[in-house]
Ligand binder design. Structure first.
Ligand code: ZN
Length: 409
């Protein structure tokens, strides 16, 4: 009916996106299609390491279902308790597990999609290998609902880690964090599951604003890394190896101090700091957050350049850096004291930050998507050829432009 009457459709999952991708325009003509009640687990195939779910299943419920058959679904975000799988696929969500397991795109085996003309595309296969022509499902992953409505997904499952070693490390500089990353990845290999960078001011913002959080190291440092190593062997020497690695670095002066979680409770307390970042920043003021990525080798340059170009411009505001070093993804967060300062400055500041990232062959949308908020900037970040092909795909699948219009392109 929507196709026949050219009525715009806005698919909506958990509504936790940060780029306005699930928010309709002001025309008052759009129909919001909420997937929230389409939330069944269709099938778990433990031998195939796959789970087939409706698009409206909450991410944390997929974690629970996987755990029930002693498997892991590794996508993990701050909003796990409310974001939905359909939205995770539509935005090609990232989060803290990308370093080891990849972003959502690499976790999807199959999709079911309602096309703009109402036909159902059934690609719900749980295959690891299938070279029979174009891989159509990839078109809809990260398309933010502009090509169709994702209704079902086959996801990859993994063996469940038996051991976690989680540490918070204090560091004198972000270059020291990159050195630590290189050492951890070369000596720990695929055991390295997460490597999160948090600037000193950002950590303080969490401690000040989120009840129940605490400063894990006695002294304040300019930079912190929250890292996690996992092992699925029965006998693991990870803890010992991590202790040796970190104490060696402390002795050499490359790392200032470190604390390793002794039990599950301590591990959760360390992760709570990382997961509370967005909430803490919102409590501090009016937040402008960027979703930039650069080659890992350029992260130090990127942070220094942002700091140089922004700090003198921003009296009365706070500048935080937080992100996923292993993915080259740094969120540059500017917290304005009031909405007036935000309105006056946000456009110019975003142009500076995104410009620095693009100048280093980076991306302005590493894991959140384009939605409405980065639509204009997309034109600076893609070549004419890329944009032309993207438009061709959109026009051929959705000639009436009814699928989530005004988003991405
Ligand atoms: Zn992130």
């Amino acid at each position: 009916m929507c196709a026949e009457h050219l009525i715009p459709i806005v698919p909506q999952g958990g509504n936790t996106g940060v780029c306005g991708g699930a928010v309709p325009d002001n025309s008052g003509r759009s129909i919001i299609v909420s997937l929230g009640r389409m939330n069944g687990i269709r099938e778990i195939d433990a031998a195939n390491n796959s789970i087939t779910v409706d698009a409206g299943v909450v991410l944390a419920d997929v974690h629970r279902e996987a755990q029930r058959v002693n498997r892991l679904f590794p996508l993990d975000l701050g909003s796990s308790g409310s974001c939905q799988i359909g939205g995770n696929v539509s935005t090609n969500a990232g989060g803290i597990g990308v370093l080891k397991y990849g972003s959502m795109r690499s976790l999807v085996l199959g999709l079911e999609v309602v096309l703009p003309d109402g036909e159902v595309l059934d690609c719900l296969k749980g295959l690891r290998k299938d070279n029979s022509g174009y891989d159509l499902k990839q078109l809809f992953i990260g398309a933010e609902g502009t090509l169709g409505i994702i209704t079902g997904v086959v996801l990859k499952l993994f063996s469940r880690p038996t051991h976690h070693t989680t540490a918070l490390v204090g560091l004198p500089s972000c270059d020291a964090a990159l050195d630590l990353f290189e050492l951890c990845s070369s000596s720990m290999g695929s055991h390295l599951a997460a490597f999160e960078l948090i600037s000193g001011m950002q950590l303080e913002a969490v401690i000040e604003n989120i009840p129940g959080t605490f400063r894990p190291l006695e002294v304040k440092y300019d930079w912190y890394v929250l890292l996690e190593l996992t092992d699925d062997a029965l006998d693991s020497e990870l803890l010992e190896r991590t202790e040796n690695l970190l104490s060696g670095m402390i002795e050499a002066g490359d790392v200032s101090d470190a604390v390793i979680a002794k039990n599950l409770n301590e591990r959760e307390r360390l992760w709570r700091i990382r997961h509370s970042v967005s909430e803490a920043n919102v409590r501090q003021g009016h937040v402008l957050s960027h979703d930039t990525s650069v080659p890992i080798s350029r992260i130090g340059d990127f942070i220094r350049t942002c700091d140089e170009k922004l700090s003198h411009r921003l009296p009365g505001t706070r500048l935080h850096f937080v992100g996923h070093i292993g993915d080259g993804n740094v969120h540059v967060v500017v917290v304005f004291p009031d909405s007036e300062a935000f309105d006056r400055n946000w456009a110019q500041i975003s142009e500076i930050v995104n410009g620095i990232a693009l100048g280093m062959h980076g991306s302005i949308a590493a894991e959140h998507g384009i939605g409405q908020s980065l639509r204009q900037s997309l034109r600076q970040s893609k070549s004419e050829t890329e944009l032309r092909l993207m438009r061709l795909v959109k026009e051929s699948l959705d000639p009436g432009n009814i699928m989530n219009p005004g988003k991405v392109l």
